[in-house]
Design a protein around this ligand. Structure first.
Ligand SMILES: *Cc1c(COP(=O)(O)O)cnc(C)c1O
Length: 412
């Protein structure tokens, strides 16, 4: 297969829309453009039935009833709705929330805001591999604890948490359990009954659906959980999220779920093989490489590596034709060491030279091999530059090496 540049290897940041998803969405922009809340004509009815179909498709994938799905604008909103919605609804019962040091900012910063309102938040540490210890969850729960929130599969390091064990503990202690499953949905099996979870956050654009669509699963089996809405208005989504639904987005989200349930098992195996090929190739060609996150309990398409003796920003910038990221996309404009890697106990130096490789539905062996090749070339060159600095010219590049650099980097 021919190789096209640039290569996209940042599938944790976002994914392209699957052609099947795109096709399914199209009629809902112009033909079936109705408002699902319009009860008096067919335009409204067909939009409403499209939304209900999306609800069923997501429900199928996670094993819940359609009415337990609240559509949102994405996982950021779903996380805010779960964390703040529970805090506000249960504040008379307690003011303590348990979460982890490695959550996505949507959970961390929602908790931060609640702290300003007088809530107490415990940020659990994780081990070297990024795992939360369920025993620690049990230990920190008090009779004032109302919510535990633990990310299902990590966007930066790919680590998959022992949700079922944590869920069992929360259930036994009568504490609500939320998980940010934006990276997990459609990638690993996720059944609400098996993980004893009360809330799950999702985002369509992480599983080959459109941006601006997501959902919160809210358990409705007895006793149903309470939730204070973030948005007041027309009372859509059973009053839990007012605002006209994003109909094409929901149609695409639903279709993306349907595709995922069909291809997940095979795709997971293929991406694991590709990931191992990438990892083995890099380790064979480059020394001083460290793998961050869990080696097995990990998302199939995720690889996170740190490179000793290079400058993180220089390495990232030198990989122009391969789209990878330095960690979480939200903070990659600043080259700060990743707070996630620091929480794993990775040194500041290695935490600031980390690279996240995200493989996905259209990643190929050719792309992986090209990436191995380029990366080893550039790490070697950067290391040579660092060690030969005394005679550096005004450009900051060592004079003796400059010719080699420009020859190898000749525009293609
Ligand atoms: C992408 C992501 C989010 C945010 O989702 P949006 O739909 O972009 O708001 C939250 N949590 C995790 C783990 C993510 O990967």
């Amino acid at each position: 297969m021919a190789l096209t540049l640039p290569i996209y290897m940042d599938y944790h940041a976002t994914t392209p829309v699957d052609p099947e998803v795109f096709e399914a969405m199209l009629p809902y922009f112009r033909e079936h453009f109705g408002n699902p809340s319009s009860r008096t004509h067919v335009f409204g009815w067909s939009a409403e039935s499209a939304v209900e179909k999306g609800r069923e498709q997501l429900g199928q994938l996670i094993g819940c009833k359609p009415m337990e799905i609240v559509f949102t604008s994405g996982a950021t909103e779903a996380n805010n709705l779960a964390v703040k919605g529970v805090a506000w609804a249960y504040r008379d019962r307690g003011n303590h929330i348990v979460t982890t040091a490695i959550e996505h900012h949507a959970v961390l910063d929602a908790c931060g805001r609640l702290e300003k309102e007088g809530f107490d938040v415990t940020y659990l540490p994780v081990d070297r591999r990024g795992l939360v210890d369920p025993f620690q969850v049990e230990e920190v729960i008090t009779d004032r604890t109302i919510l535990v929130s633990v990310i299902a599969a990590h966007n930066e390091i790919g680590t998959i948490q022992p949700l079922a064990e944590i869920g069992r503990i929360c259930k036994a202690r009568g504490v609500l359990f939320h998980s940010d499953a934006a990276q997990a949905l459609g990638k690993i099996p996720l059944r609400v009954g098996e993980i004893h979870v009360d809330f799950l956050s999702f985002s369509a654009h992480k599983l080959y659906g459109p941006k601006g669509a997501g959902a919160l699963y809210v358990r409705m089996t007895r006793p149903a959980v309470k939730l204070t809405p973030l948005l007041d208005g027309g009372g859509q989504e059973r009053g839990r999220r007012s605002g006209t639904q994003n109909v094409p987005g929901i149609v695409g989200f639903g279709k993306a779920c349907e595709v995922a349930s069909r291809v997940m098992a095979e795709e997971g195996k293929r991406l694991t093989r590709l990931r191992e090929r990438l990892k083995a190739g890099i380790f064979r060609r480059i020394d001083g490489v460290y793998c961050n996150g869990h080696l097995e309990q990990r998302l199939p398409g995720n690889l996170n590596l740190s490179f000793a003796r290079v400058e993180g920003e220089a390495l990232l910038l030198s990989m122009k034709d391969v789209a990878i990221s330095s960690g979480s996309a939200c903070t990659s404009t600043r080259m700060e060491p990743s707070y996630v890697l620091l929480a794993l106990g990775v040194s500041e130096e290695l935490a600031s030279t980390s690279m996240r490789f995200g493989l996905g539905r259209w990643s190929t062996e050719e792309e992986v091999d090209y990436t191995i090749e380029k990366l080893s070339e550039r790490v070697e060159r950067l290391r040579a530059m660092l060690s030969g600095s005394p005679r550096a010219g005004s450009s900051g590049l060592p004079v003796a090496k400059e010719r080699t650099v420009s020859v190898q980097d000749a525009p293609s």
